[in-house]
Design a protein around this ligand. Structure first.
Ligand code: FAD
Ligand code: NDP
Length: 496
C-alpha cells in the first residue's frame, strides 16, 4: 500500500503511558494522529478513564495510598515523641475519594492534552484488519480507518490463576483495590513482588490485618539482601507472611472468604487480592491474522519496537523483554515518533534503568544486584560496600509499637530502617555497577544517583562526594565496610 494515501499518518491503539506519549510527539512533529483507548472492566467490574494503567490503577493511586500509610504511621507511631498530641480517625472512604478525584483530574488533563496537541481521540476497542487498517465500533457501525503506521501500546492486565477454584470469582486485583467502596478489612495478598508487597505495605500501615502469601521468595530478580531487608522490616511492623504456600481454594462462607492453602491450613479474610503477575492485553488485536508475532507468554516480539509487520510498531508492557515501567513506555513512545517523523536514530538504552518498590520503607536501585554482578563478573572481581543504620528521626523518636501490634504481647524493636549498598567491579576501574538503597524516600534518592551511575561513577567518585548532613543519602559518601571483610556493617550511632 506504500504510496497510497492513508487516513492518518499514525494510528495508536492504547492510551496509556506509551501510546499517549507517542501520539502527542508525532502530532507535535506535524503528523495526523488518531488514538484509541478503551478500558475493559476488571474481573470485579471496576472501570476507569483515559490514561492507562499508571494513572488509573497503578503508579498514581498506589503512591497516594503509600503516602497515606506513611502519614498514618507518622501520626500514630511517631508524633507523640515530637510533642504532637493527636487524636485521629482513619476513613477509607475519604482516602478513596481523594484518590479518585485526583485520577479524574488527570483523566481530564489527558483528554485536554490530546486535544491541545491535535490528536484525535476515539474511546473504542480497536482491532487490526491488515498491515495498515484498524477497525472499531463506531456507535454500532463497524468502521475501518487506514494509517501509514500503526502503534500497539495496549499494556497489561492482572493475572488470576484460573486453576484456583473461587479465585476469579471472589478475589480482587490491583484493578480494584484503589476503588473499593468498603474498607478492605482483613486482607490476604497473593504474590510477593512489586504489587503484592506495595499493597500489603500500605494496608498494614493503614492498620489493616494483612497477610502476604509468598510461594517462593520476595522480589525475584532484585538484590537478595535488600529484598530480605524489605520483608524483615514489613514483618517487624506487622505484615504477616505465609511462606512456601499458595491458595488452592477460595469460597465464601458467611460473607467472609475462606482460603485453603497448599499446606492444608485455612483462614478467613474480608478481602483476597491477587498480585501474581500481569498478562499482555493483546487478545482483541487480531495479531495472528495480520502476521504480528508473539512469544509463548503472549508478548509481542518487537526488537527496536518494530513488529514482524514492518508498518506495525509496539511499545510498553506488551513488548517482550522490556521493563514494565511507565518512564520506559513514555521514552519508547517519544523516541519512536522521533525516529519515524524527525529522522532520529535514537533508541532507549536499557542498561541502568532505575526503579523503586514503594513498600513502607522503600527500596530503590539502579544497575545490577549482587547475584547478577557476581554471575557476570565473577566473585573475585566484585566488591560490595554496605552500611545499615537507623534514620536520625526514627532513632530520636524511639518509634512506638504500631497501633495494630499493641495488643500483642511480643517485644517490639524495629530493625535499622536503612540499608545502603554499592556494588563495584574492580576490573572496570572500580566502576559502581549496582546502587541499592532501602529506606525512606528511596525513590527520590535513587533517581538522583541514577544519573551518576549511568555516567559511569566509580567508588572513588562516591568517596570524593561531600555529604549533605544530616541525610540518609550521605551514607553513600562514607561506605567503607565490604561484605568480603565479614565485619558488621550496622552503624552503631546511626546517621547524623
Ligand atoms: P498501559 O498504561 O497499560 O495502557 C494501555 C491502554 O490501552 C489501557 O488504557 C487499555 O485499556 C488500552 N487498551 C487495551 N486494549 C485496547 C484496544 N484493543 N483498543 C483500545 N484501547 C485498548 N510503573 C512505574 O514506573 N512506577 C510505578 O510506581 C508503578 N506502579 C505500578 C503499580 C501497579 C499496581 C501497576 C499495575 C503497575 C505499575 N507500574 C509502575 C507499571 C506501569 O503502570 C506500566 O508499566 C505502564 O502503565 C505501561 O504503559 P503502557 O503504555 O504499556 O500501557
Ligand atoms: P511480578 O510478575 O513481578 O510478580 C508476581 C508475583 O506473584 C511473584 O511473587 C510470583 O512468585 C507470584 N506468583 C506468580 N504466580 C503465582 C501463583 N500462581 N500463585 C502464587 N503466587 C504466584 O508481578 P507484579 O504483578 O508484582 O508486577 C508486574 C510488573 O509491574 C512489575 O514487573 C513492574 O515492572 C511493574 N510494577 C512496577 C512498580 C514500581 O515501579 N514501583 C510497582 C508495581 C508494578 P515467584 O517469584 O515464585 O514467581
Amino acid at each position: 500500500m506504500t504510496g497510497l494515501k492513508f487516513d492518518y499518518d499514525l494510528i495508536v491503539i492504547g492510551g496509556g503511558s506509551g501510546g499517549l506519549a507517542a501520539a502527542k510527539e508525532a502530532s507535535k512533529l506535524g503528523k495526523k494522529v488518531v488514538l484509541f483507548d478503551y478500558v475493559k472492566p476488571s474481573t470485579q467490574g471496576t472501570k476507569w478513564g483515559l490514561g492507562g494503567t499508571c494513572v488509573n490503577v497503578g503508579c498514581v493511586p498506589k503512591k497516594l495510598m503509600h503516602y497515606s500509610g506513611n502519614v498514618y504511621n507518622l501520626i500514630h507511631n511517631d508524633s507523640g515523641s515530637f510533642g504532637i498530641k493527636t487524636s485521629s480517625h482513619f476513613d477509607w472512604g475519604k482516602l478513596v475519594e481523594t484518590v479518585r478525584n485526583h485520577i479524574r483530574m488527570l483523566n481530564f488533563s489527558y483528554r485536554t492534552g490530546l486535544r491541545v496537541n491535535g490528536v484525535e481521540y476515539i474511546n473504542s476497542l480497536a482491532k487490526l484488519e491488515d498491515a495498515h487498517s484498524v477497525s472499531y465500533d463506531n456507535n454500532g457501525n463497524r468502521t475501518v480507518i487506514t494509517g501509514r503506521h500503526i502503534l500497539l501500546a495496549t499494556g497489561g492486565r492482572p493475572l488470576i490463576p484460573e486453576s484456583v477454584p473461587g479465585a476469579l470469582q471472589h478475589a480482587i486485583t490491583s484493578d480494584d483495590i484503589f476503588y473499593l467502596q468498603k474498607a478492605p478489612g482483613k486482607t490476604l495478598v497473593v504474590g510477593a513482588s512489586y504489587i503484592g508487597l506495595e499493597t500489603a505495605g500500605f494496608l498494614t500501615e493503614l492498620n489493616f490485618d494483612t497477610t502476604v502469601s509468598m510461594r517462593s521468595i520476595a522480589l525475584r530478580g532484585f538484590d537478595r539482601l535488600c529484598s530480605e531487608k524489605v520483608v524483615d522490616y514489613m514483618k517487624s511492623t506487622g505484615t504477616k507472611f505465609k511462606t512456601g504456600v499458595i491458595p488452592i481454594n477460595i469460597e465464601k462462607v458467611n460473607n467472609l472468604l475462606k482460603v485453603t492453602f497448599s499446606d492444608g491450613t485455612n483462614d478467613e479474610y474480608d478481602t483476597v487480592m491477587y498480585a501474581t503477575g500481569r498478562y499482555p492485553d493483546v487478545k482483541d488485536l487480531n495479531l495472528s491474522n495480520v502476521g504480528v508475532n508473539i512469544n509463548e507468554f503472549g508478548k509481542i516480539i518487537a526488537p527496536k519496537d518494530v513488529t514482524s509487520v514492518p508498518s506495525i510498531f509496539a511499545i510498553g508492557d506488551i513488548v517482550e523483554g522490556r521493563p514494565e515501567l511507565t518512564p520506559v513506555a513514555i521514552r519508547a513512545g517519544v523516541l519512536l515518533a522521533r525516529r519515524l517523523y524527525a529522522g532520529s536514530d535514537e533508541y532507549i538504552d536499557y542498561d541502568y534503568i532505575p526503579t523503586t518498590v514503594f513498600t513502607p520503607i522503600e527500596y530503590g536501585h539502579v544497575g545490577l544486584s549482587s547475584e547478577a554482578a557476581t554471575a557476570r563478573y565473577g566473585e573475585d572481581d566484585v566488591e560490595e560496600f554496605l552500611s545499615e543504620f537507623t534514620t536520625l528521626e526514627v532513632a530520636a523518636s524511639h518509634r512506638e509499637k504500631p497501633e495494630h501490634l499493641r495488643e500483642n504481647e511480643m517485644d517490639f524493636s524495629l530493625p535499622p530502617n536503612c540499608l545502603s549498598k554499592l556494588i563495584v567491579v574492580k576490573s572496570l576501574g572500580n566502576r559502581v555497577v549496582g546502587f541499592h538503597f532501602v529506606g525512606p524516600n528511596a525513590g527520590e534518592i535513587t533517581q538522583g544517583f541514577s544519573l551518576a551511575i549511568k555516567l559511569g561513577a566509580t567508588k572513588s567518585d562516591f568517596d570524593n562526594m561531600i555529604g549533605i548532613h544530616p541525610t540518609d543519602a550521605e551514607s553513600f559518601a562514607y561506605l567503607e565496610i565490604t561484605k568480603r571483610s565479614g565485619e558488621s556493617y550496622v552503624a552503631s550511632g546511626g546517621c547524623g
